[in-house]
Design a protein around this ligand. Structure first.
Ligand code: IPE
Ligand code: IPE
Ligand code: MG
Length: 243
């Protein structure tokens, strides 16, 4: 166990993003249906959100449903949508009282009307909160996001020479959000699965074999400790401490 000393966390990442993976395997290994894993995977979210506030993280992005997850069996998709609705009903007031601002990364076009309305209302209700910005990547895909940005730029008739990184970023779902400093993926998979492929260009990655329902405050602390041991160079050469 890593000691929870303040020096371990001298640098707190402004923006942490999490690929919450491993719900299905968590359940199957316990002899439960995958659905039980998805349910359990929302139970620990409150702890992770509260810990993020406690550690001083300002932006937290969670990958809840990808544009590729539509390929799953219909009953799993419906189960997931039901869980998202219940989650919003159950947690919204608590999030609002704790100063969490909800934002959505993704497209609501394919989402059923009831859930769509709940998402829009939650965004509206919490829009002035500043303690933590919680971006929920829901029906989100990095390639889809980039294509939509290109379409927006073409529609707006921007001249080619004006399309630089700064302008391009304004057309992404993350327009008002800094790039993630740290991306965490649970469940022992080592891939990005179409998550924040533009924004994550220089993110630090933390991988853990822990399945998402078992990921809590202590492991978030471990991820932050690992982050503190990284040297971010952005293509430059290592800084000489004597100069
Ligand atoms: C992550 O858990 C939740 C979603 C993708 C919605 P998984 O459902 O992918 O769980 P595994 O990877 O199959 O264990
Ligand atoms: C990524 O997990 C998407 C979410 C966590 C919402 P997946 O389980 O869908 O990713 P792959 O299919 O293993 O790459
Ligand atoms: Mg998975």
């Amino acid at each position: 166990m890593i000691e929870e000393s303040p020096e371990n966390l001298a640098k707190i990442p402004t923006h942490v993003a999490i690929i919450m993976d491993g719900n299905g395997r968590w359940a199957l290994e316990k002899g439960l249906p995958r659905f039980a894993g998805h349910k359990a995977g929302t139970e620990n979210l409150r702890e992770v959100i509260e810990a993020s506030v406690e550690f001083g993280i300002q932006y937290l992005t969670i990958y809840a449903f990808s544009t590729e997850n539509w390929k799953r069996p219909q009953d799993e998709i419906q189960g997931l949508m039901r869980i998202f609705k219940t989650m919003l009903d159950r947690e919204l007031n608590n999030l609002h009282e704790n100063g969490v601002q909800l934002r959505h990364f993704g497209c609501l076009d394919r989402i059923d009307e009831v859930l769509k309305r709940k998402v829009i209302e939650a965004i509206e209700l919490t829009k002035d909160n500043q303690t933590l910005i919680l971006n929920v990547a829901f029906n989100y895909g990095g390639r889809d996001e980039i294509l939509r940005a290109v379409q927006g730029i073409v529609k707006d008739g921007l001249p080619a020479e004006e399309v630089d990184e700064k302008t391009f970023s304004k057309y992404l779902y993350s327009a008002n959000c800094p790039d993630p400093d740290l991306i965490i993926r649970t469940s022992g998979e080592y891939r990005c699965s179409n998550f924040l492929i533009w924004q994550g260009a220089y993110s630090e990655w933390y991988f853990t074999p822990t399945y998402w329902p078992d990921f809590g405050k202590e492991e978030l602390h471990q991820a932050l400790t690992a982050y503190n041991q990284r040297e971010r160079r952005y293509g430059e050469v290592k800084k000489d401490p004597d100069k």
